[in-house]
Structure formats: C-alpha cells, structure tokens
Ligand binder design. Structure first.
Ligand SMILES: C[S@@+](CC[C@H](N)C(=O)[O-])C[C@H]1O[C@@H](n2cnc3c(N)ncnc32)[C@H](O)[C@@H]1O
Length: 289
C-alpha cells in the first residue's frame, strides 16, 4: 500500500492530547456502532439523536448504499475506485468488495482528517493495489495531480468515484462546485460518480434543530436541496431512477422498506458520457467501407 499526506500528519489536539472538538467522522463512526469516538463526539451524536431519532438509521442506510454503489460499478466492469471522504475503516471497505469481484482492482482512499488517515494507513493496508491519501477534496487539482494518484489510475479506463456523505461537511458552495467541476473533468468517459448528500427535503421543520445541535458541538453542516445536489453531477447521465432517497436507490439494499425520510439524504449514480465504444474489429471496419 502507498500512503501520503498532502496536509501534514498532525491532529488538532486540545489539553491532555485529546481532540478539542467533536468531529463528524467520529460522530458518524459512533452512529454506525463503531468505537473510534471520544466522549465529546458521543455527546454530539446523542444531542443530534434527541432532535432527530432517524439519524442513526440514516447513517446505516448511507453506509449500506456505499457498498451497493461499489457492487453496482463492479457489475459494470469498472475496476478503479476513488473513495473521497472514506471515513474510518469499517469491517467491509471498498477494497474488500472489489476483491470479491476480481483481484487487482485499484482503490484510492482519501480523507482530510488526520485520525482517519492514521487508522486508514494501519487498517486498509491490504495490498499493493490500495493507496491512502490525506488531502482536502476542495483542493481537487492538488489531489488529482499528486504522484500517488497519477500512479494509481489508468485514465484510459473508467473510474468509480464515491462522494458519499462528504459534501454536506463542506459548507462553501462555491468551493464545492469548483472542486466537483475539476473532478468531473478529470474522470474518464464511462466513469461513474456516486453521491449521497444530506437534505432537508423530508425534514424541513426538524433540520434547523439538527443544525443547531451540531453547531453547539462545533459541527457546521450544509444540507442541500434536490436541485443543488443534482447540479453536482454536471451533465453526467443519471442511472436507475435518478436521484432518490438513499435507502431507495439501491433496490437490493437492506433498507428498501424504510420510510424515505429515514434516509435524510439524496443518492445518485451518474455516468460520464460518451460511453467508451467497443473496439472495432478489422472485419467490422471492412464491412463499413
Ligand atoms: C460521514 S464520513 C463518510 C464516510 C464514507 N464516505 C461513508 O459514506 O460511509 C465523512 C468523511 O468525509 C471526510 N471529509 C470531510 N470533509 C472533507 C474534505 N474537505 N476533504 C476530504 N475529506 C473530507 C471526513 O473526515 C469524514 O471522514
């Protein structure tokens, strides 16, 4: 495995060497039932849960969807994966799923959080085919042009890009739109872009309280509307039924019977056009003349 940090290795630690503020990577980890969360992260999770008891199910649905999105891209013969905002390693990660389909798939994990990076370096050290990069996805050009990225991907072939539950934590709309534009431009034709994104679509009256509970724990979140989320895909062609509640998108998922509002997010997978053409055989090219 290759690992590199474009942001240095230091965490922002408070007194006693513990993080000074809650952090969504760890709150999410706690909601999923993981143990990599400090007391201040658990307090934040409990505060949100008190205002929105769907938050835990929403986290589980999101993770379920990510796995579905990987399988879905594998079924379409995509063998290179870029997992942006990968979060803490879990029992099943992107590379574990790719290995079930075929050995030798390339997976690059990216996260800006120093603790996530430290855990990823230790626990995602699965093979020569994985790369872990600590980087800010908002500095997309820097990320895409770094040597480990260039070494990992063959840009003559499609890449599945996962941007699941990351962008709500990037509150600067202009910076997000810009970064996503650079990313879409970089992606080879036939690549798939998977996005899940928190929305207040189903919770217009509860979301202000959720935001307030998070803000009280120094967590700033930006739910976006259906149109704002759709715009993040640019002119890529939406697959399945298009943007949908996350639990409903992947119809084989375990959450299909949950109410849509438990998802709390929109999900979509879209493909960059034009699709690669199958290679023309000599006989076919002769026929067409
Ligand atoms: C909720 S977790 C999502 C994990 C995983 N994608 C999933 O869906 O299960 C969000 C992750 O995005 C990371 N993140 C947030 N802002 C980021 C940024 N600007 N650049 C890179 N990673 C970021 C956080 O550190 C966190 O680990």
């Amino acid at each position: 495995m290759v690992s590199v940090s474009l942001l240095g290795d230091q965490a922002d630690l408070g007194r006693g060497g513990l993080p000074a503020t809650a952090n969504w990577a760890r709150v999410y980890e706690y909601l999923l039932g993981g143990c990599d969360a400090y007391e201040l992260d658990r307090e934040a999770a409990r505060a949100v849960y008190q205002t929105a008891d769907w938050i835990k199910t929403a986290a589980l649905i999101n993770r379920d969807y990510l796995q579905g999105a990987v399988e879905w891209s594998l079924d379409r013969e995509v063998r290179q994966f870029l997992d942006l905002g990968c979060g803490y390693p879990r029992t099943v990660n992107t590379y574990d799923m790719t290995e079930k389909a075929e050995r030798g798939c390339r997976v690059v994990y990216v996260d800006n959080d120093p603790e996530v990076y430290a855990h990823a370096r230790c626990q995602l050290d699965e093979s020569d085919d994985t790369t872990v990069i600590r980087a800010d996805l908002l500095a997309m050009e820097q990320l895409l042009n770094c040597e480990p990225m260039k070494a990992a991907f063959d840009l003559d072939k499609p890449v599945a890009v996962l941007v699941d539950d990351v962008l709500p934590w990037c509150t600067d709309d202009t910076a997000v739109q810009r970064a996503m534009g650079v990313l879409r431009e970089w992606m080879p034709a036939g690549s798939t872009l998977s996005i899940t994104h928190l929305t207040d679509h189903w919770h217009p009256s509860t979301m202000p309280a959720v935001r307030a509970a998070l803000a009280a724990h120094d967590l700033d979140v930006r739910p976006r509307s259906r149109d704002e989320i759709a715009a993040l895909f640019g002119d890529f062609v939406q697959l399945g039924g298009g943007l949908a509640a996350t639990g409903r998108w992947h119809m084989q998922g375990g959450y299909v019977n949950h109410p849509r509002e438990h998802s709390a997010a929109f999900a979509g997978i879209a493909v960059k056009q034009p699709l690669p053409q199958p290679a023309t055989t000599f006989a076919q090219s002769e026929e067409s003349q």
